[in-house]
Design a protein around this ligand. Sequence first.
Ligand SMILES: [Mg+2]
Length: 107
Amino acid sequence: MKIKQAQNIVNQWITEYGVKYFDVKTNMIILTEEVGEMARVIAREYGEQSKKENEILNLEDEIADVLWVLIAIANQTGIDLTRAFEKNIKKKTIRDNSRHKNNLKLK
Ligand SMILES: [Mg+2]
């Protein structure tokens, strides 16, 4: 699936099943909530926190939740994520092309 397709799928789903987009501030709060759910899984599966009894942890699903809301925010603010991501990669490559290679902490 291409990024543009994902943006179209989220838009179609929200239009058909979600009635309309939540306002961008509400979606920002939901995004924060979803990042917190993802963090909880990381803390328990990769961090030092223990899993609660009968707790179901699904990192794949939590990451997809984060991506979903991120895409919704991009859609409602008119951002073409393919273009944004391509521009961002170029920016990072110009800015950081030797930064990490020269980081002694990574050796
Ligand atoms: Mg979630």
